[in-house]
Every structure is written in structure tokens, then in C-alpha cells.
Unconditional design. Structure first.
Length: 464
């Protein structure tokens, strides 16, 4: 017998999950330096168990909601948006979770506010307590983000006057605005692509990765994807100049969104505009937006070199893993070529991504939104760095435009697994922490099973 579920039960179960995650994150999250507890302390251990207990409950709620969305009478998009808001609510006041990147955002915004060159210098040039919150790898590294996001971060720095608690809340609200734009765009993109809007919202907005990394982690990928989504919606609505401008703004948050300009061009061609005119209109709109945004931000054009930013040592991109293995082998052989192993593999990965994108657009030729989603997946997988939330670059658009249920099922399975891959602190895990995380997840499964059995048990006095 199937586990008896309805929209209300899924909403409550997911709320319980994010509430436990927020409570556990209070001692096991990516806390300010002064509040970080030793991983072996009882509070940190209990927090880690509670956080992973909550993560598994959230994944279960999302998975149980899937059959309802795919059923003969799926919930309306408005009802799913209410579920998303309910699940997200406990995370709004939680500490940063699964990453310390939000501290880098705040430090970089303060640098722009102080008229420091954020591309030439890392947060160490800013100094003070805020710079001390940045992960050591990034303290001496220039910002890898475009002028649009840095202008937002600088404005937030001015509003909060550098106060850390207010800055963290503000940056999470910025990310939440990006998620809201994503949720607004998904049903429209789905209808254009012949997909069900409710199914698109379930996979693209209620996905645990969105809640864990875009809301709880406050990653700026939310702003990038939100602007990209509404830009594509504008292009679908026969407003190609506005669409190209919005997509360019997305790329000026994070560079991968620049691929969206190809979709804007193809959408114009499919609408009957000549290829030369479509290219000219898109290029002019993109160039004008870039110049205006960069001038308004006042950060200069150092963002052009952001792709040179080094990869995290915890990075597990396929090309980086292959590069490390090759380097180790060459070092064992005593070869002088060992230092070149990782750069060579990164270059090969970039070339492979370019080839994959060419095949997608020129040979396979799926619908533009779906082609863009597949292209962003290729960039994320074959690029020199990858983190779980990078999967959302392509997943967001695949959710809106995937041509069949099989693709959605596989995508859901992959993202459900990725939701378990990072500790709430955002740091590397030791054996003890892994055991605690597994214990929290196992406890959640036991509770879910017991609830299942209780619902199946006959009620005394009731006929079988």
C-alpha cells in the first residue's frame, strides 16, 4: 500500500524538515567565526544530527509531492508556491548553511562601497572583522562576479553599515527575490515548451537544492537564474530587446548565463525575424546593457577576467579529479610535467563543453529553452569547478522544458542525491561528522517508516 499523502501532509512534512535544519544549523551551520563550535562538542554534534534529520525529511516531502504533481489532478501552481513559501520560512532567519560564500559577498560589497578594486584585490585588503569571516582561500582572491551583483552587494553594505547580522539577512532576502523570479518564470516557460507548469515548479523551484543552497546558503546563483528566467519569458513575449537586456544582467551576476543570449537569438528566428537582424538586435541590447550596468556599478571591466579565479581545493569537478590523478601519477614517475596536469585537464574540459554546446544547438536542435538547460549542464559538469548548487543552472530550465517524464525522473534522482553531499558548515567532513550526518538521516528514515506503519495499522473498532 502506498504511503497516504496529500498536499497538506507534504507541506507539513517539509516544514518540519526545514525547521529541524534551521535549528540544527544554529550550532552546526556556517556560523560567524566567533560562534563556531568545535566539531566534537556535544552542541555541534547534536546540531549536525538535527540538520541532516531535517534535510532527509525535506527530501522525503519533496519526493512524496512528486506523484501528486504528476497525477491526474495536480495542485495548481499557486498552491505549490504556497508550499515553497512554507518550506522556505524557517530558513530565513537561520544562520548561513552549506557554504561560507555569503561572507565573501558581504566583504566584496563592502570593498565596492569603500572604492577598493574588488577584482584586483581580495577581502584581505578590506581588513577588519568582515574579512576575517571569509574562507581563507578567498581572502586574497579577486571577486569572480559581475558588476550587477557587486552593485547589489555594495548597496546592501551601505544599508546595513557593515553590520554582519543585518547583512546576512539582507543577502538572504536578495537570494529569495531571485528564487521568486525563478518561480514566476517557470510556469510561463513550461507552457511555451509544452510542459506542465506544476511539474516545472516541483522540479525547478521546490527542489531541495533550491531551498538548501539558494535560500539557506544565500547563493547569488538565485539572482542569476531569476534574471535569466524572466529574460527568457520576455523574449518569448516578443520583447527581444528587454529579454536580451535581462539575460545580460544575469550574465553580469555570473558569467554562465551569457549562453542565454543564444536562446534569445533562436527565439527571435523562430518567431520569423531574420538571423542577421536577430543577432544584431541581441548584440546591441547586450552591449548597451553591459556598458550601462558596468558604469552604474563603478567597478570597471575587471569582471572580464573572472574566469581565471582559482578552484576550491574541495572542488570535485571531473576534470579536476582527473587532473589530480594525472598529477599524482606524473609525480610518482618523477616527471616535470606534473604541474601541468590540472591546467591541461581544465582546458580539455572547456573544449569538451564547447563541443557539447555546439552539438546541442547545431545538431540536436531541441527547443531553445531546453537546449539552454542542457548547455548549462555541460558547462557545470565539464568546467574546472563544480558544487552541488551548480546543478541548478541547467536543472532550472530542464524542469521547464524537458520533453518527457524520464528526463525529469533522472534529474530528480540526481538532485535528491546532491542534496546530501555537503555538510551544513560548508567545510570538509571527517569520519566523525560523516557518521553523525548518516545517523541524522537514518533517524529521519526510521521516523518516516514508523509514521507509515502507524497509518497502515487498523483502528480499533473500525471495520477492516
Amino acid at each position: 500500500m502506498a504511503f497516504p499523502v496529500d498536499l497538506r501532509r507534504c507541506q507539513i512534512l517539509g516544514l518540519a524538515g526545514t525547521a529541524c535544519l534551521a535549528l540544527g544549523g544554529a550550532t552546526a551551520g556556517a556560523l560567524p567565526v566567533r560562534d563556531v563550535l568545535h566539531p566534537a562538542s556535544a552542541q555541534a554534534a547534536l546540531g549536525l544530527v538535527g540538520a541532516y534529520f531535517g534535510v532527509v525529511l525535506l527530501i522525503a516531502a519533496w519526493a512524496l509531492l512528486g506523484p501528486l504533481v504528476r497525477g491526474p489532478r495536480p495542485p495548481a501552481p499557486r498552491a505549490l508556491l504556497l508550499v515553497l513559501a512554507t518550506w522556505a520560512a524557517p530558513l530565513l532567519l537561520a544562520p548561513p548553511l552549506f557554504s561560507r560564500d555569503v561572507y565573501s559577498y558581504l566583504a566584496q560589497g563592502a570593498m565596492v562601497e569603500a572604492h577598493l578594486d574588488v577584482y584586483a584585490h581580495g577581502p584581505s585588503r578590506l581588513g577588519g572583522p568582515l574579512a576575517g569571516e571569509v574562507a581563507p582561500l578567498w581572502r586574497h582572491t579577486g571577486a569572480p562576479y559581475g558588476p550587477v551583483f557587486l552593485a547589489v552587494a555594495a548597496a546592501l553594505s551601505g544599508l546595513t553599515r557593515g553590520e554582519l547580522p543585518a547583512g546576512l539577512v539582507g543577502m538572504r532576502l536578495v537570494a529569495l527575490a531571485g528564487v521568486a523570479l525563478m518561480a514566476a518564470a517557470l510556469p510561463r516557460l513550461a507552457r511555451h515548451s509544452g510542459a506542465d507548469p506544476s511539474a516545472a515548479l516541483w522540479l525547478g523551484a521546490l527542489n531541495p537544492l533550491v531551498l538548501l543552497h539558494l535560500v539557506a546558503g544565500a547563493h547569488n546563483d538565485a539572482v542569476m537564474l531569476g534574471l535569466l528566467g524572466v529574460g527568457l519569458v520576455a523574449a518569448l513575449g516578443r520583447w527581444p530587446v528587454l529579454g536580451a537586456g535581462l539575460v545580460t544582467l544575469a550574465a553580469l551576476v555570473k558569467a554562465p548565463a551569457v549562453l542565454g543570449l543564444a536562446a534569445v537569438v533562436v527565439l527571435q528566428i523562430r518567431a520569423g525575424r531574420g538571423a542577421a537582424k536577430a543577432l544584431t538586435v541581441t548584440a546591441a541590447a547586450a552591449a548597451g546593457t553591459t556598458v550601462a550596468a558596468t558604469a552604474a556599478a563603478g567597478t570597471g571591466y575587471g569582471w572580464i577576467g573572472v574566469l581565471d579565479t582559482p578552484a576550491s581545493p574541495q572542488n570535485w569537478a571531473p576534470t579536476t579529479l582527473l587532473g589530480r590523478a594525472s598529477r599524482a601519477g606524473l609525480e610518482h614517475l618523477g616527471s616535470d610535467l606534473a604541474p601541468l596536469a590540472i591546467p591541461v585537464w581544465h582546458t580539455l574540459g572547456i573544449l569538451a563543453a564547447v563541443a557539447a554546446i555546439a552539438v546541442i544547438w547545431l545538431r540536436l536542435r531541441p527547443r531553445p529553452v531546453y537546449a539552454l538547460g542542457l548547455s548549462l549542464v555541460a558547462v557545470a559538469v565539464l568546467g574546472p569547478a563544480i558544487r552541488p548548487w551548480y546543478a541548478l543552472w541547467g536543472l532550472f530550465l530542464i524542469a521547464a522544458a524537458a520533453p518527457g517524464g524520464a528526463v525529469r525522473h533522472r534529474t530528480a534522482a540526481v538532485t535528491g542525491a546532491l542534496a546530501l553531499c555537503v555538510l551544513p558548515s560548508g567545510g570538509p567532513a571527517d569520519t566523525g561528522q560523516l557518521l553523525l550526518a548518516v545517523s541524522g538521516g537514518a533517524l529521519a528514515l526510521v521516523v518516516l517508516w514508523q509514521a507509515h506503519q502507524a497509518r497502515l495499522a487498523p483502528v480499533p473498532g473500525r471495520a477492516a
